[in-house]
Write a new protein. Structure first.
Length: 163
């Protein structure tokens, strides 16, 4: 499939939210302007049972020795019990902006070792794993899944990790 103009859809395969929580290393991305050129990019997800939402902490560096930058967000589950479509609000200047960005879990490995996250218009993509590196065969399979979901592979940037 070539680059698609149809909106990206979340996975129809349900995810167990408790298993999905935790640390994810960003291996590749179609980044936002805020994280373009990032290295050591990590997403940490924590389920807040009282508020029934996910606390998201995105950290990255601009250089190996540069300061760690942090972006806080929170997400609500939109398509329970599938749990693959989230509504995301970023925190800016101490306040969560009610942007309700559609955050789609496009793919999640059965063992929760890798995942692909995107937006319906394919302007943002995160290819992530539970470890900072994966073998090239696994990485190639992840990129193939991106391609099959209508992404232009030439827009995807590899994210390096020095951990």
């Amino acid at each position: 499939m070539a680059e698609s103009t149809e909106p990206l859809q979340e996975s129809g395969t349900p995810i167990e939210i408790d298993r999905f929580m935790g640390r994810w290393y960003v291996l590749a991305a179609i980044p936002t302007p805020l994280d373009k050129g990032a290295m050591n990019a990590i997403e940490d997800y924590a389920w807040d049972a009282d508020a029934e939402r996910i606390q998201v902490t995105y950290t990255m560096q601009r250089s190996k020795d540069g300061p760690v930058q942090k972006i806080l967000q929170r997400a609500s589950l939109v398509n329970s019990p599938t749990n693959t479509r989230w509504s995301l609000d970023p925190k800016v200047l101490g306040l969560y902006l009610p942007l309700k960005l559609p955050y789609l879990v496009v793919d999640c490995a059965a063992d929760y070792s890798t995942t692909i996250i995107g937006l319906p218009d394919r302007s943002i993509l995160y290819v992530m794993a539970r470890s900072p590196t994966v073998d090239e065969r696994c990485f190639g399979a992840l990129l193939q899944t991106c391609f099959l979901n209508g992404y232009d592979l030439s827009k995807i940037e590899r994210v390096s990790h020095s951990v």
